[in-house]
Design a protein around this ligand. Structure first.
Ligand code: MTE
Ligand code: MO
Length: 565
């Protein structure tokens, strides 16, 4: 800048001239100052997180901490309201809270810069605390929040300053000997101000503001926020393991999955029916990870410890090179799945038999719980007995012929058919501790979910969709049903108050795989009530008794109204 700030101000004309501030706009600008300072702080924090690691980003760390701390009902509300976008909702929510706080800090800073700086420091300390206390977080995790807060405080001061200039400063005119328009305009302004009653307009502290300087500083702040934030995001990509995942070749299973008979997938004929296998990108996802753990295959290790005679540690190559690699078709279900819900998917999994691995390490019979730990600090408590006895329980590294997708646990997760995911399917699995239920409360049991939770007998109508109009006449009613480890024997549908009618089933391939069912029906025009129920191979008939997902899985029959026109 070649001119002084005071000379520059009048040159911008009426809007930019320094004048005693009216309170309204000044407060607005102060709030904006707070927001811009917060943007700078978050940008700088992202930049430093680009060096330290994505989970140290304050937004992520605070979001993670919120997930850990919020009461279970709130979490369930979030999952039912936002579904798989729950984490997006959380991040947006976190940002809204940050924005409100920042706006208030801006206003506070008008009165007291010291308070403004203190408020920024609190903000940084909270972020740092959240990052350091994350299970995967070390002391370096504090850096992004602290650096962000420090730069944010400087930005806040720089932005608030032009809003709180002492009024007498207005009288300083342009540098010596410039009898310009500007100074004349300035003089006019002073006169005008007097006419308007300057004293009445200036606020109690007698301060004025320099809007032009505010907006210039604001522009710089915004640019800095965008550049640091963008660069931080780019740097964070270094931690991404998708390339390493792409380079990985799965071992051929010594025991492949059973061949499917031709036409096994009824969805090929029935539009709207769930496919027999879920494409990896469509596989439901439930976890507490805001940033997905990125584990390099070369750095992966699985540690066994606790109640074993001779526990060892496995690399990914150790697991890949075993000669007992299996491939199995298994449906995975979430305990939060409601009656009629879609939190279940099916894949062809490749992995190592869990029971064999536990036995060869000498698991002790006194262990009744496996505490499975993931790289991001999740603990999942699986029944030792189920792990040893359920056929096809495995440590999976392949999903539908590819390495596990990063969101689904790359490089290794656990699967125990017949148990809900929260008591079996630990993703990003790095440690199995043979323990007991008495000795250790895992994440979900700390939140009062049941210790043991077998998947309940379930059936669902996929088509016709509830309340959607479809042409009267012959239409397939169809859906899926599962009774894991036992298999589905029968699915029946009741139309209005009629008799239960038996549906056709997809071939029984594996008891752990869901079965599709189809019942063609001639629909008379009008609205109809459809109800579905399944029977398991052991004779259990699906109960009509309603239970909510908490604490051990939903039950009840799905009944929907459909409209033929
Ligand atoms: N590390 C980790 N593993 C986890 C979870 C989690 O939050 N973290 N969620 C569990 C739950 S509740 C379910 S239902 C399954 C979901 O697996 P998916 O996301 O691959 O469908 O993963 C389980 N494994
Ligand atoms: Mo789940």
């Amino acid at each position: 800048m070649t001119t002084t700030e005071h000379a520059a101000a009048p040159a911008t004309g009426p809007g930019g001239a320094q004048r005693p501030a009216r309170r309204g706009p000044r407060r607005l600008l102060a709030a904006l100052a707070g927001l811009l300072a917060a943007a700078v702080a978050l940008g700088v924090a992202e930049l430093v997180a680009g060096l330290v690691g994505p989970s140290s980003s304050p937004v992520v760390a605070v979001g993670d901490a919120v997930i850990t701390l919020v009461p279970e009902p709130v979490k369930q509300f979030a999952v039912t309201t936002f579904g798989e976008d729950d984490k997006v909702a959380l991040v947006v929510g976190t940002l809204v809270v940050v924005a409100l706080y920042a706006g208030v800090l801006g206003l506070v800073s008008l009165r007291s810069r010291r308070l403004g700086v203190a408020g920024t420091a609190v903000f940084g300390l909270l972020g740092a605390l959240a990052a350091v206390t994350r299970p995967a977080g070390g002391p370096l995790g504090a850096l992004p929040s602290l650096a962000g807060a420090a730069v944010g405080a400087v930005a806040l001061l720089a932005l608030v300053r032009p809003l709180t200039l002492p009024v007498p400063a207005r009288r300083a005119t342009s540098p010596a000997g410039s009898p310009t328009d500007a100074s004349r305009r300035h003089a006019d302004e002073v006169l005008l101000d007097r006419l308007r009653g300057t004293l009445a307009m200036a606020d109690r502290k007698g301060t004025g503001m320099d809007r032009r300087r505010f907006f210039v500083t604001g522009g710089v702040a915004l640019g800095a926020a965008a550049v640091t934030g963008g660069a931080g995001r780019l740097l964070q990509r270094r931690f991404d393991v998708s390339t390493a995942r792409g380079d990985l070749a799965l071992p051929a299973p010594s025991s492949p999955a059973p061949a499917l008979p031709p036409g096994a997938d009824l969805a090929e004929q029935v539009p709207g029916l769930t496919p027999l296998f879920t494409a990896n990108r469509d596989f439901y996802r439930v976890d507490t990870a805001i940033t997905v753990p990125q584990i390099r295959p070369s750095e992966y290790s699985l540690t066994l410890r606790g109640m074993f005679d001779a526990p060892r540690t496995y690399t990914l190559a150790d697991l890949f090179d075993r000669d007992d690699v299996i491939e199995r078709d298994i449906t995975l279900t979430c305990v939060s799945n409601e009656v009629g819900g879609t939190l279940a998917s099916t894949a062809r999994w490749t992995g190592v038999p869990l029971g064999a691995l536990l036995r060869e390490n000498g698991i002790r019979s006194a262990s009744d719980q496996l505490v499975c730990r993931s790289q991001d600090g999740m603990t999942i408590g699986a029944s030792t007995r189920a792990a040893l006895e359920v056929e096809d329980a495995m440590l999976a590294f392949g999903q539908n012929g590819e390495p596990l997708p990063v969101e689904h646990g790359f490089p290794v997760r656990m699967l125990i058919p017949g148990l809900y995911g929260y008591v079996s399917a630990c993703k990003w699995l790095t440690e199995i501790e043979a323990s007991t239920y008495d000795a250790f409360d895992v994440y979900w049991t700390q939140r009062d979910w049941a210790r043991q939770a077998p998947v309940k007998l379930f059936s669902r109508i996929d088509t016709p969709a509830p309340l959607r109009r479809f042409p009267a006449g012959r239409t397939a009613i169809a859906g899926v049903a599962w009774a894991q480890t036992r298999g589905i024997a029968r699915v029946e549908v009741r139309i209005d108050e009629g008799e239960w009618q038996e549906a056709q089933l997809s071939p029984q391939v594996d008891a752990d795989l869901w079965r599709q069912w189809v019942l063609p029906h001639d629909f008379a025009p009008g609205s109809h009530q459809l109800t579905v129920r399944a029977t398991a191979a052991d004779g259990e008939v699906q109960t009509g008794e309603r239970a909510a997902p908490f604490p051990d899985g939903a039950s009840g029959l799905q009944s929907i109204r459909v409209i033929a026109t």
